[in-house]
Design a protein around this ligand. Structure first.
Ligand SMILES: *Cc1c(COP(=O)(O)O)cnc(C)c1O
Length: 363
C-alpha cells in the first residue's frame, strides 16, 4: 500500500496500522458477517464497540468518574452554539461568557456566542497578530461569568497554551480539537472539553465532549434535544443515531495509542517532532515562524518562505517527495505542517531534510 507523509490539518492522517485494521475488518467485523457500517447502533456488537471506545478514552486521558463522555456530531463549530445553549440556562439572562481570544478558532467561538449571551473578551492577542497566548495575570475575568472559554491550540495560527489557567470557581471550557490526546492534560481542571475527531483521533463526523456532571441540566429551553448534553448522556450518546463508523475508527485509534504507551508516550514523540522542526526554523532566516517559543504549537507548525514567490515551487517539490497537504490556511498563506499523533518522527525528519535541500537549492 503506497503511503505518503500527510501533513493535513484535518481531516488529518490516521495511523497506518489503524487504516489497515479497518480495511481488514471492513467487510466482516470479527466474523459476525457484517460491516460495522451496517450494524444497528443498539445491537450487541456495536454496544461493545461503543463501550470499549469510551472506556479506552477514559483511561487514556485519566478522565475522572464524575465526568461524562458524550459522542456527538456537528464538530467544534456546532459546539460553539451547543456549549452556550447548555451552560447558561440557570443564569439570569443575558448571561456573560468570558473568552480568551487567541486566533481564528477563538474568533469563531466568540461570534457564535453573541447569539446567546453577553460576551466579554477577557484577553486577546489580536493586536499582536495572534502570535501568543496572553499571560493569565492580564486576563480581565467577569466574577459571575457562566464560564470561561479558551482554545488550547489554535490550529491555523500554530499557537498553543503552555499552561492550564486557574479561573477559580468559574467553569473552564476548552476547544481541544487540535491537541486533545497529544499531551498530558489534567481533565479535572476543566468543566467541559470538546474536540472534533478529525484532527487527532479519526474520521470527520464525530465530536467528543467531556463534561463534568454538575454542568448537566442547565440548558436553555431553546436547546435542541439532540444537543442537550443531559439528554445525550441519559441515552448513552444514542438520543439520535450516533456516527457509528467514525466511533469505531476512533476506538481503533485509542487501542493503537494504548499500544504505543498512551498519552505520555505520544507526548514524548510529539515533543521530539516539534523540536526537530522548530530547531531548524530557529537556525535559518529562509523560513519564518513568528510564534514565541513558549506558545509554539506542537501540533501545527505554520512557516513562511522569506521569498513568498517560491511558495508554489515548495508545495510542488514537497509533493514529489511524498510530503503532502503542506499548504497553509488561506487566511494566512504560507505553509503549515500539521504533525498530530499519527505523524511518525520519520515523517518530520523527511520534511526537515526536504526543507534543508530546498533552502540549499533556492536560498
Ligand atoms: C478544526 C477546528 C475547528 C472546526 O472543527 P469542525 O469540525 O469543522 O467544526 C474548531 N476548532 C479548532 C481548534 C479546530 O482545529
Amino acid at each position: 500500500m503506497k503511503r505518503v507523509y500527510n501533513f493535513s490539518p484535518g481531516p488529518a492522517a490516521i495511523a497506518p496500522e489503524v487504516i489497515q485494521q479497518a480495511a481488514d475488518e471492513m467487510t466482516n467485523w470479527r466474523g459476525c458477517g457484517l460491516s460495522v457500517m451496517e450494524m444497528s447502533h443498539r445491537g450487541r456488537e456495536f454496544t461493545e464497540i461503543l463501550k470499549t471506545t469510551k472506556d479506552d478514552l477514559r483511561s487514556l486521558m485519566s478522565i475522572p468518574d464524575n465526568y461524562k463522555i458524550l459522542l456527538m456530531q456537528g464538530g467544534a463549530i456546532a459546539e460553539n452554539a451547543i456549549v452556550p445553549m447548555n451552560l447558561i440556562g440557570h443564569k439570569s439572562q443575558p448571561a456573560t461568557i468570558d473568552f480568551v481570544n487567541t486566533g481564528h478558532w477563538s474568533v469563531k467561538s466568540i461570534e457564535e456566542a453573541h447569539k446567546y449571551a453577553k460576551v466579554n473578551i477577557a484577553a486577546s492577542s489580536e493586536d499582536s497578530g495572534f502570535h501568543h497566548v496572553p499571560a493569565r495575570d492580564t486576563w480581565k475575568l467577569t466574577p459571575d461569568a457562566a464560564y470561561v472559554h479558551i482554545c488550547t491550540n489554535e490550529t491555523i495560527g500554530g499557537v498553543e497554551f503552555d499552561f492550564t489557567p486557574d479561573v477559580g470557581n468559574v467553569p473552564l471550557v476548552a476547544d481541544m480539537s487540535s491537541n486533545i490526546l497529544s499531551r498530558e492534560m489534567d481533565v479535572s481542571k476543566y468543566a467541559v472539553i470538546y474536540a472534533g475527531a478529525q484532527k487527532n483521533i479519526g474520521p470527520a463526523g464525530l465530536t467528543i465532549v467531556i463534561v463534568r456532571d454538575d454542568m448537566l441540566g442547565h440548558a436553555l429551553p431553546i436547546c435542541p434535544s439532540a444537543f442537550d448534553w443531559k439528554l445525550v448522556d441519559e441515552h448513552d450518546s444514542m438520543f439520535n443515531t450516533p456516527p457509528t463508523y467514525p466511533i469505531y475508527i476512533a476506538g481503533l485509534t485509542f487501542q493503537w495509542m494504548k499500544r504505543q504507551g498512551g498519552v505520555a508516550a505520544m507526548e514524548k514523540v510529539n515533543i521530539a517532532k516539534a523540536k526537530l522542526i522548530y530547531d531548524y526554523l530557529n537556525s535559518t532566516d529562509f523560513y519564518i515562524n513568528k510564534v514565541p517559543a513558549a506558545n509554539r504549537s506542537r501540533m501545527n507548525v505554520p512557516f513562511f518562505l522569506k521569498d513568498e514567490t517560491l511558495n508554489s515551487k515548495f508545495i510542488a517539490e514537497a509533493e514529489q517527495n511524498d510530503l503532502v497537504q503542506l499548504k497553509g490556511h488561506s487566511s494566512v498563506g504560507g505553509m503549515r505542517a500539521s504533525i498530530y499523533n499519527a505523524m511518525p518522527l520519520e515523517g518530520v525528519q523527511a520534511l526537515v531534510a526536504f526543507m534543508k535541500d530546498f533552502e540549499k537549492k533556492y536560498g
